[in-house]
Every structure is written in structure tokens, then in C-alpha cells.
Write a protein that binds this ligand. Structure first.
Ligand code: E4P
Ligand code: PEP
Length: 361
């Protein structure tokens, strides 16, 4: 059972105190409180877990702070869509709105390499009116001898440059929970010039302890990539791990599936699942055409496969695009062959806008 409180209910109000007193004393029921900061209001949701079958919806709705109650199913309790559940999706972070109804583009470097490339990338984003990017500092690599990312050493100059160019959110993969503190300490020291969305890569989709650690903190939203070799249901449950620990600001990212049948692409593009994820859950859905396609190949009519894949995802209703660009792909330390060129950025952004307008119609 889920009890949704009246918007902007103060946690020190008498109505809240009475409501909590009642709920916390229900036998066999444990209570979990989730705060959601939307663009215009703050919502408090109270999940009642355990022996809730005998509770009546009317009884919960009669409590002074409760606006309405919803009986929720076991699947994706917090992030899922339930019968008669008309809650809004998404959240606002660092002034940027993330929902199932809008679109944010995160073009950027797969891996941070040298300051000059980061500068060029961010300058191009600023010139094109973009306020989000992707920047990999901690890289999960197949081969232990491959470049593993600059780690915390590059954070100060990456964050400073982001602030300088008006970047509000950087999607940054972390591979260990200690990276959360490294990012947080650095941002705090610099006076928080930008924001970070913690990315969990496809290799870590079911790293449950990492998911729990990211779920326990509420400062940074999370971007969870679908596991490339597991079912959609398993990946959605992984997302629920984040929410179950307290952080429901989660975006789910499709990035292609590992299969021989996916050749000649690096992965089998799975963007037809965008509407399915939006139907099953309230998470905004991201697509990563770069790691799906894995190359700068073009169709005979000259269109990049990455653009075709992006269009499929955006027309299917994607809410975020995570895409690799690089000023000099031949010099990139990770995934250069799939990075688009800076000169392709304006047309790429324009094509995405056209696809998004088509979807909205
Ligand atoms: C970068 O985004 C990933 O770390 C990369 O795709 C890993 O692949 P690889 O280590 O097999 O090159
Ligand atoms: C990435 O986006 O940098 C990345 C490593 O992607 P994935 O986890 O999807 O391979």
C-alpha cells in the first residue's frame, strides 16, 4: 500500500505527526518515506510494507496528511506503474527537469582525456544551447590493461570547465561506491559549479551492493544502464534496488543487447523497448545509440547508423539521449570509432528535435 500525502506537507506539522504515529503503529507493517522534489511542489510518499492485505484504502485515506492511497503490486513497487496510479514521473535536478514527457540530450566524451578536448566539447555544447553532457572519469574496461579513466584526478578541472560553460548535469559512470564521495568532496570544495548524475554501466547493472550504496544517498540522481545479457525484468528490478534504498530519482537507459545476431552493430539495438519501460514503470527512459551501434558507419544514403538508432529511440518516446562525441576520435582513449565529430553536433541536435516533435504529435 502506498499513501500519498497532500503536496508540500510539512514534516513537522501536526497532520504529519498524527499520520505517522498511526502508520508506524500498524501491526506487521513497516514504513518507508520518500520525498520527491518536483518543479513546483514537494511530494511525500509513504510506502507501507509487510502485512498490508487487511488494511483498507479508506482507512488510510482518512488520515489527516494523506491525499490518497494506492494498492501497489509487488513488481517494481516504487518505480512501477500500478492500477489507478496516476502519479507524475520524474524529478528536477540542478534546475533540469527529467520526466517521461520531455527530452534531455547528454552529448559528450565517453572518457575524459585531456583538458583541451573537454574544453572543446563543452564550448560546443554551450554554443548549441545544451546544458547537459556525459564525461567518463571511471571507465569499466573489458581488458585490465586498457585505459581505466583518469579517476578522481580529473574531477576538479572537469567540474570547473562545466561550471564555466553553464553545464548543469554531467552523466558520470561510477564503478565503486567510494567514487560517490570522491565526486561529492570535489564538487563541495569547488562550490558546486555543476551537478552529477551517477551512471551505473551495463557491466554493473546487477552489482547490488553498488546499487544499494547509490540508492542510500539522495544528493545525486542515478542513470541505470540495462544489463546487456539479462532480461528486461532483471534490469528493472535492479533499478528498483536504487529506489528501495531511498533514491527514486532514477533514469533507465537502453543501450543494446549483446548477441551475435546484433552484428554488424556492436550490440542489438533495443530501442523498441522504450514504450514498454514507460508502460511498466514511471522512470524517464534514456537511449544510448553510441554503445548500441558502436561505429560511425553510414547507410548508403549517407545517414549515420548512430543517427538512425537515435531517431528510433526518440520517436519511440525516449526522454534522454546519451551519445559520444569527440573533437579527435582517432585520439580518443576509449570508444573512438563510435564517437561523432564536433562538426556533426548541430545537425545531430536538430534531427533529434525533429524526431521529438514527431513523437509529441
Ligand atoms: C566505455 O564506454 C566502456 O568502458 C567501453 O565500452 C568498454 O569496452 P571495452 O573495454 O571492451 O573497450
Ligand atoms: C558508457 O556509457 O561509458 C558505458 C561504459 O556504457 P555501457 O555501460 O552501456 O557499456
Amino acid at each position: 500500500m502506498l499513501a500519498i500525502l497532500h503536496p508540500n506537507t510539512e514534516l513537522d506539522s501536526e497532520a504529519y505527526r498524527q499520520t505517522m504515529h498511526y502508520l508506524e503503529n500498524l501491526p506487521g507493517v513497516s514504513v518507508r518515506v520518500h520525498e520527491i522534489q518536483g518543479a513546483s511542489q514537494r511530494l511525500t510518499e509513504i510506502y507501507l510494507l509487510g502485512d498490508t492485505k487487511t488494511l483498507s484504502k479508506e482507512e488510510i485515506e482518512a488520515l489527516p496528511a494523506v491525499e490518497r492511497a494506492i494498492r501497489i503490486s509487488d513488481d517494481y513497487r516504487i518505480l512501477g506503474r500500478h492500477k489507478d496510479d496516476h502519479r507524475q514521473s520524474g524529478f528536477t535536478y540542478n534546475g533540469v527537469e527529467f520526466s517521461q514527457n520531455n527530452l534531455n540530450i547528454f552529448a559528450g566524451l565517453c572518457a575524459v582525456d585531456v583538458p583541451e578536448h573537454v574544453e572543446q566539447m563543452m564550448q560546443a555544447l554551450e554554443d548549441n544551447g545544451e546544458v547537459c553532457t556525459r564525461m567518463g572519469a571511471y571507465k569499466p574496461r573489458t581488458n585490465p590493461y586498457s585505459f581505466q579513466g583518469h579517476g578522481k584526478g580529473c574531477l576538479p578541472w572537469v567540474f570547473e570547465k562545466a561550471g564555466k560553460h553553464g553545464i548543469k548535469v554531467i552523466a558520470m559512470e561510477i564503478t565503486h561506491e567510494s567514487h560517490i564521495e570522491e565526486i561529492d568532496t570535489c564538487l563541495e570544495k569547488l562550490g558546486r559549479p555543476t551537478g552529477v548524475m551517477l551512471q551505473i554501466g551495463t557491466r554493473n547493472t546487477q552489482n547490488f551492493e553498488l546499487l544499494k550504496a547509490i540508492g542510500r544517498q539522495k544528493t545525486y540522481p542515478a542513470l541505470l544502464k540495462r544489463g546487456f545479457g539479462i532480461t528486461l525484468n532483471e534490469s528493472l528490478n535492479a533499478a528498483e534496488y536504487l529506489a528501495s534504498e531511498g533514491n527514486a530519482n532514477v533514469i533507465f537507459c537502453l543501450r543494446g543487447m549483446k548477441t551475435e545476431a546484433g552484428q554488424p552493430h556492436r550490440n542489438m539495438v533495443d530501442f523498441a523497448h522504450v514504450p514498454a519501460v514507460k508502460r511498466l514503470t514511471r522512470m524517464p527512459v534514456c537511449v544510448d545509440p553510441s554503445h548500441s551501434v558502436g561505429s560511425r558507419d553510414r547507410s548508403p544514403d549517407g545517414i549515420l547508423d548512430v543517427m538512425h538508432a537515435t531517431a528510433q529511440g526518440v520517436i519511440a518516446g525516449a526522454n534522454m539521449v546519451l551519445v559520444d562525441f569527440h573533437p579527435k576520435p582517432e585520439k580518443a582513449l576509449v570508444d573512438g570509432p563510435q564517437a561523432l565529430l564536433m562538426k556533426e553536433l548541430p545537425a545531430y541536435l536538430e534531427d533529434i528535435r525533429l524526431c521529438h516533435d514527431t513523437w509529441k504529435k
